[in-house]
Design a protein around this ligand. Structure first.
Ligand SMILES: [Zn+2]
Length: 108
């Protein structure tokens, strides 16, 4: 049921590269931790891929976290597509991730 919801949710956002709305069939759920979902979506119009984090709480309207700047969009557009290894890496990461983004980004 949640997957169906996510598919519908993703159709409400537009491709950051070409501006076409995403299609629900082109979303892959990479992982979930509590209310936070990590999604990979590919644009059927231009083929670019985007990672989307969504905070989905029952009874509240979902928040999508896609804060790429135009420069980042260009940078990521030219990178190789996300492969199985990347998804596996993320899966391993999520298993041990405690949800503390402040700490995570402070480490960089
Ligand atoms: Zn596109």
């Amino acid at each position: 049921m949640e997957r169906e919801f996510i598919r519908r949710l993703i159709t409400t956002i537009k491709c950051g590269v070409c501006g076409q709305p995403y299609e629900g069939g082109n979303v892959t759920i990479l992982g979930q931790r509590d209310d936070l979902w990590f999604l990979s979506v590919s644009c059927s119009a231009c083929g670019s891929q985007a990672l989307v984090a969504a905070v989905i709480k029952e009874g509240e309207s979902p928040q999508l976290l896609t804060d790429f700047t135009e420069r980042e969009r260009v940078k990521f557009r030219d990178l190789e597509a996300v492969g199985a290894d990347d998804v596996l890496d993320l899966h391993i990461f999520l298993k041990s991730f405690d949800g503390d983004f402040v700490q995570l980004f402070a480490e960089e």
